[in-house]
Design a protein around this ligand. Structure first.
Ligand code: SF4
Ligand code: SF4
Length: 75
């Protein structure tokens, strides 16, 4: 069965599994809690000026960090 996910802003692993665009952190929304850093299996997220920043070259696009952010700052 094919499922459709058309609601903007709602995370869906099925929807994102098909994209090659790596996640980015909304710098205005990020609180600097560092939860994403502790969960990223590739150590691809660093802190800059108390905000998370994804290193595109290290990121493997696993997308674990997107639902992990308690403030929905990663899209
Ligand atoms: S989990 Fe979200 S709010 Fe916390 S540092 Fe990462 S991007 Fe920022
Ligand atoms: S998508 Fe995966 S590898 Fe990339 S920053 Fe998020 S948790 Fe790390």
């Amino acid at each position: 069965m094919t499922r459709q996910f058309n609601v903007p802003g709602i995370y869906s692993p099925t929807q994102y599994a098909t994209t090659t665009q790596k996640p980015v952190v909304d710098q205005d929304t990020c609180t600097g809690c560092q939860k994403c850093i502790s969960l990223c299996p590739e150590q691809a997220i660093e802190m800059k000026d108390n905000k998370a920043f994804i290193l595109s070259k290290k990121c493997t696009n696993c997308r674990i960090c997107i639902p992990a952010c308690p403030f929905s700052a990663i899209q």
